[in-house]
Ligand binder design. Sequence first.
Ligand code: 4NP
Length: 154
Amino acid sequence: MASILFVCLGNICRSPLAEGALRAESARLKLDLIVDSAGTGNWHAGEPPDERAQRTALKHGVDISALRARQVTRADFRRFSHIIALDHENLANLRKLAPPDATAELSLLLDHVPGREGQAVTDPWFGEEAGFEITWAEVSAAARTLAEALRRDR
Ligand code: 4NP
């Protein structure tokens, strides 16, 4: 069974939105899939997603209020088949953190969206709530292509 871990910096904005979007797609396509998210930083561990992220997801029919932030661990590199970073800095930090026996395949989220390869999902934390709509559009586009690819592979 495929297992996907989304990773951003704080695990309160971008990666919980990606987790919510893929959980929704996975349910829609009836996939057997493990989905989780984590942050490379630990400042927000134990906290629910940012309220702006929660409101944005809910506007699109996805409730992420029960998610709680956690920091990525070395064990994650063996537990998950895919670890997907939201931007280049987090991808670089994941590569540094990966233990020698890591089995997870690392990638950048927007590499999964045709035409957006190599691009980062910008951190909406410091900006206006409207920025979270852009984040939602990006992570839900990635969730759709990922879910379709996983359905083909199963
Ligand atoms: P995220 O956003 O990485 O998308 O969850 C951030 C949230 C908090 C912080 C940075 C980014 N922070 O510096 O506390």
